[in-house]
Each structure stands twice: as C-alpha cells, then as structure tokens.
Ligand binder design. Structure first.
Ligand code: PRX
Length: 662
C-alpha cells in the first residue's frame, strides 16, 4: 500500500485517538475547548496574545515600544522592537534565583555508555560566562559572527550561549557537512572566530573534524582565531597563533567566571542557520532575539507540556534548527532539563534510545520519522526489553510520518496510550507551527493536525486563493508570528522572493498540503526542488552543481526517489563529457566527490549515466519525468504531457538505464 492510499484508508476508517485523560488536569492546555479559546483569542487580538506570552515567558530588561510592526512588501518584520533582553540571561541567570540553581539544565550522555555529564544551571552559567570571556579575549564583539562546527558535546551548547551572552551571532554548521560547505558558510557570514573539535565520535568510530576545519579555513581570511575542543584525543595540527585548545583557553588565569551580559534589542540578530533552497547556494536564515526566544519557549511549553521535573529529550543534532529551538533555547528558557545525546540510535545496538529512556527516566521524547522507520525494521522486541513507562509525550518532526510508523511509535513506544505529536515547521519558522497539543487534540495518524494558537496556516491555490477541504495546494501562513525568520543573511532580494512575493501578504512555506473536513492539515511535501532525505533538507541544485564541478561530468539532474526508511533518497542522472566512459569506479568517484563537496548526507545513492536528459524545446529539464523514472514508472502514460520535449525518445533510454541500475 502506498503512503497516500494508506492515509486515505485510515481516514476512511475514521481512525483517531483521543488525548489521554491521565495528566490532563496538570496540562498547560487541558482540552480542545481550551485550545479553541486560545486560538480564537490569538486570532482576534494577535498582539495582545503574543504580548502576554512574551511577558509570561521572558524576562525583559526594558519593555518594547510596539509589539508588532511589519510590512511584507519590503519585507520587514519587527516583534517587540525596542524591548531589551539577553537570551543567555533568560536561559541561565534567572534560573539561579528562581529555585533552579542546582537543577540539571543539561544531562549529556556521550556515545560511550559510561560517559555522562550533568550541568546544573549554576555550572552551565559558569562555563558560559567563562567562554563568553574567552570569545571577548579573541576580539569578538556584539554583532560579530562566530562559526560553530562541532559534535554533540556540551561545549557546543556552552559556545552558543556564550555568543548569545555577548551579543555575537552564531552560525552553526552541522558537523556532517564537508570542508567545502563549511568554507562557503563562513565566507558568506564572514565569521571572525571558529569553534570546533578534534573529532566526532560516531557509531564507535573517531571521525576527524579538525582537518575539515583547516581545509575550510584556507579560504576564510575573516577567521582570526579558532577554539578547538579535545573530544576524541586524536592527533590534530594546531596553527600557531590561530588555533587554541578549548581547555587551555578556559583555564586561563585572566578568564573570569563573571561576565555581564550584553543588553540586546529584541530585533538584534541571535543566529544564522544555513538551509537549502531551490538554488545552488544555501540560504543564511536569520533569527533575532525576543521573538525567537518567546516562540521557542512558548511552543516547547504548550506542545510538549514540559514540567519542572521532566526529563525532556529531543534527539536532533544542534546543527539543525530542531536542536537550536528544542534542545537549547526552548527548554532552557523554561528552566527545564534537556537531555543531550552524542550518539546514534543504532549503536551499539538498535535499543540504544530505549536503553537511555529507561536509564534517565525520560518523560518527553522528540525524534524523526526516519528514526522510527529504521527502528521499526529491527523489530518491536528491542523496545520491549525496556521499561518505557516514564514516557508521557512523544513527538515527531522533519518529514511526514507515515501512518504505519505513527502507529508503531504509538503502540510500541507509547504503550498504546501516549499522544504522538506530528509537528510541522521549518528552519525559517523558528519553532513548531502545526501540531497537536498532547492533552487537547484528538490525533489522526499521518496528520500534523491544527495550527498552534497564533499560527494562521492555510492552503491556497496558485493565485493565492483559499482552497476548500480535501484539495491540495500551497501551505502558507497568513499572519506574522514571533519566531519567523527576519531575513536571509546578506540577501534581502532572496528573502523577499522566496517567501513573500508569490502570495501577497502571506508567508510561503514551499510545502504542499491539504486540509480534511475537520480542518486537520495533511502535509504532502515540498513543492520546490528541495529534497528531504532522512529529515535533512537538501537542494537538488546544490547536489547538481557539486556533480558538474567534477571534470568528467557535462550535465546532471538530481531528483528524490521514494525510500522506505529515509523517506526519500537521492537519485542522480549524469551525462558525461565526450570521450569519458561510464564505469562503476567513476560512479563511486562521483559519490565521493559530492561527499567531499557538500557532505555525506548529500551523496547520491544512485547515479544513472545517461546520454541525454529529457529537455523541453526551450532547454528546461523536465524533472517530473525524471522523478517518475526514478520511482519506477515504465509506462508512457505515467509521464503526463511530454509533447514539449525536444526528443521524446530519451525517455525509453532512461527507463532502460534505470532498470539496469536498480
Ligand atoms: O517539507 C517540510 C519538512 O521539512 C521542511 C523543513 O525542513 P527544515 O527547514 O530542515 O526543518 C526541519 C525541522 C523543522 C518542511 O518544509 N517537514 C518538517 N516537519 C514536517 C515536514 N513535513 C511533513 N510533516 C512534518 N511534521
């Protein structure tokens, strides 16, 4: 059964799950009526609603002048402008006096089982102040950019909060990206300092990281100083005068534990995070201070219903937005205990996650569908070995969760009783936009359910007109929300064009979706040339330009191919230069080339050599045809209208090539 038909069959059966009764009385939002009331209030008086949340959740050093000022035509968006605050002070300092000083802020589990570190709010505060002083001693000032390229170790959290403390803008680059990707991102944001580590420990292996940083920095004159954490103890080359060991910097006699925080305007930048779009160059999504933090804290509280004595675990990497908002900023702003794990779900065995849930009595667990699908394949006997009764709320993010995976998660992890929240959002939205609330929303497997209060999600046609239920269309957000992006770093044109130009007065998400008769959202996936591989967002154009940068390649077209675990996998059609013969070695070399150019996550799983690509007479590659061939279509009827193709015979050649490959 394919995904769509299984969704429909579930809907037809009307299979839905009521929220649990137990725990409802203590929930932040206790019922659907309460949700509806909050939704209506936020719709009638958005400024009042968000001002209340911002006052409740955030400590401000000075009040704002105006809650919201915006103009999507420019575009310019200001939330709580004139309001003063410091994000690190909100995540740390205020918890030193609110009774949480000795509470665990971060519980870190290293990949080796015996490596555990606990940072209380007091301890984390001290580390952050020290590293903030280190950054200052390196010449970092308010507004400067600091690049961060690190494994999932506590120093990563310390580095980000230290940036926030002194008003520097952090730009995290996921450690799985290559030297070349790191270099592009540093060049784009002109970072002054890089924070990195000797290696990443992953699935029992030590993967050197510092050599990538060295390679990247060859083209980054803006970077003056580098701080290097010793994680694995492997040999690294340190460049005299530029590179410094983290532990030596932190032990410096002149480095104090005290560091007054920088008072920031609500609209000063907090961080840049690069994400893929439909062109070759990743976009530096800019988030600011007050609105972002309000939104991160608000959504963490309402969606996950995090309570003071909960252990909350988001399994993402801090290199992605999910880690920024739901490992770091959201939970720490609330004074919660955030569990951080260095390892992977499958090592040393496919029970690692469940073992940790049992070990730390995790209450709230937030992961990705690809993880669930991979663990589901290993069989339910793995989770069955553990006591998972501490769990209260389960979440999912990154891609659509197919009903089969949802039901497995619900039954085998949630004991058939826990709410499974499918949360839809994006790097650009800063936080969760469409999601059930655990004690309020009846659940339908495969649906992200409804917009959170204050989120005006809608489906429109290509003219921007609302479409009714059960019709596919563009997913847009009609009103601003505090967590939304404020720009694309250094590229105002792209900011406008990507998000605000096509549909006047709305934010364009780039996703397709529909609503059902109950107003529930069913997300269908990207409408643009962006792939979602294991919940990681990758631009086809980025991968294509990596492929054509290889001397053997004349032309390349990349599409997504359906994959049972990853959701989508990368399928590349490659035309070679004249005189170059296709071979398995070349295929391997090209995969390695993309790995080196972008990172392992972008390497195509399949490369099909093709003499010609299906092009229209105007020279445009007809991607839908390539997607169909990759997905296994062999009948011409599947390809729709191909009358504009310059040479329709390429299709049969491509089908033959596909059958020979997979
Ligand atoms: O296509 C949607 C998909 O992931 C995209 C955003 O990717 P990124 O910016 O990397 O952020 C991922 C984590 C927030 C979206 O445009 N996506 C994310 N969550 C879901 C989803 N698709 C369906 N259902 C979801 N719950």
């Amino acid at each position: 059964m394919n995904k769509q038909s299984s969704i429909e069959s579930l809907q037809q059966e009307g299979q839905s799950f009521q929220p649990p009764q137990e725990g409802r009385g203590q929930a932040y939002i206790k019922s659907m009526e309460e949700y509806e009331r909050a939704y209506a209030r936020a719709a009638e008086d958005p400024e009042g609603f968000w001002a209340d949340r911002a006052k409740e959740l955030i400590t401000w050093d000075a009040p704002w002048d105006k809650v919201l000022q915006y103009d999507y035509n420019k575009p310019e968006i200001n939330w709580f402008k004139g309001g003063k605050l410091n994000v690190a002070a909100n995540c740390l300092d205020r918890h030193l006096t609110d009774g949480r000083r000795n509470k665990a802020a971060i519980i870190w589990q290293g990949e080796p089982e015996d490596e555990v570190k606990v940072y209380t709010y007091q301890m984390l505060h001290t580390e952050v102040c020290r590293f903030a002083n280190v950054l200052k001693s390196m010449g970092v000032k308010k507004g400067d950019r600091v690049a961060v390229y690190m494994p999932m170790i506590p120093e990563l959290a310390v580095a980000l909060l230290a940036c926030a403390r002194i008003g520097a803008t952090h730009s995290v680059v996921f450690a799985g990206f290559s030297a070349h990707s790191l270099q592009n991102r540093i060049q784009d944001c002109q970072a002054k300092v890089l924070v990195t580590a000797d290696a990443v420990i992953r699935a029992g292996r030590t993967i050197p990281l510092k050599p990538n940083a060295d390679e990247a920095l060859k083209g980054c004159p803006s970077v003056e100083q580098v701080a290097v954490v010793r994680r694995a103890g492997n040999d690294v080359t340190m460049v005299e005068g530029r590179d410094h060991w983290w532990h030596e910097l932190m032990a410096g006699e002149s480095i104090s534990d005290k560091c007054a925080y920088e008072v920031m305007d609500s609209e000063d930048p907090l961080f840049i995070l690069y994400t893929s779009g439909s062109t070759g160059k990743p976009k530096g999504v800019v988030h600011t201070q007050g609105g972002y933090l309000t939104y991160a804290a608000h959504s963490t509280q309402w969606v996950f219903d995090v309570k003071d004595d909960d252990v909350y675990w988001c399994t993402a990497d801090i290199g992605w937005i999910t880690g920024h908002s739901y490992i770091l900023y959201g939970p720490l702003a609330l004074g919660a205990t955030s569990f951080m794990f260095e390892g992977v779900p499958s090592y040393p065995g496919p029970d690692r996650f469940w073992k940790l849930v049992q070990k730390f009595k995790v209450n709230i667990f937030y992961t990705a569908p690809t993880v669930i699908r991979a663990l589901m394949r290993e069989g339910e006997e793995w989770p069955a070995k553990y006591d998972l009764s501490s769990l209260r709320v389960l979440g999912s993010v990154g891609e659509p969760i197919n009903p089969e995976a949802w039901l497995w998660y619900h039954k085998h992890i949630g004991g058939g009783r826990l709410p499974v929240l499918d949360t839809w959002w994006q790097t650009e939205t800063g936080g969760i936009m469409i999601s059930a609330l655990p004690y309020a929303t009846p659940l339908k497997p495969g649906s992200a359910t409804r917009g959170l209060p204050g989120v005006h999600a809608a489906i429109v046609d290509s003219e921007g007109k609302d479409v009714g239920p059960n019709q596919g269309g563009h997913l847009v957000i009609k009103k601003p929300w505090p967590g939304m992006l404020r720009g694309v770093f250094g590229d105002p044109e792209r900011f406008k064009k990507n998000y605000f130009e096509r549909f006047k007065g709305m934010y364009e998400s780039g996703d397709g979706a529909r609503t059902d008769d109950d107003g529930y959202f069913w997300i269908m996936g990207r409408l643009d040339d962006v792939l979602n591989v294991s919940g990681h967002r990758l631009g086809t154009a980025e991968i294509e330009s990596a492929l054509v940068s290889h001397p053997a390649v004349a032309e390349a077209a990349v599409v997504g191919m359906p994959h049972a675990v990853k959701g989508e996998t990368i399928y590349a059609y490659v035309s070679l230069r004249t005189g170059i013969d296709p071979s398995d070695e070349l295929r391997k070399e090209l995969k390695g080339h993309v790995r080196k150019e972008i990172g392992p996550i972008a390497a195509p799983e399949f490369i099909q050599f093709a003499d010609g690509l299906p092009k229209t007479r105007s020279g445009k590659i007809m991607r839908r045809v390539l997607r169909k061939i990759a997905a296994g279509s062999t009948s011409m009827e599947d390809f729709g209208d191909t009358s504009t193709l310059a040479d329709p015979t390429v299709i049969s050649d491509l089908i033959e090539g596909k059958l020979a490959l997979v």
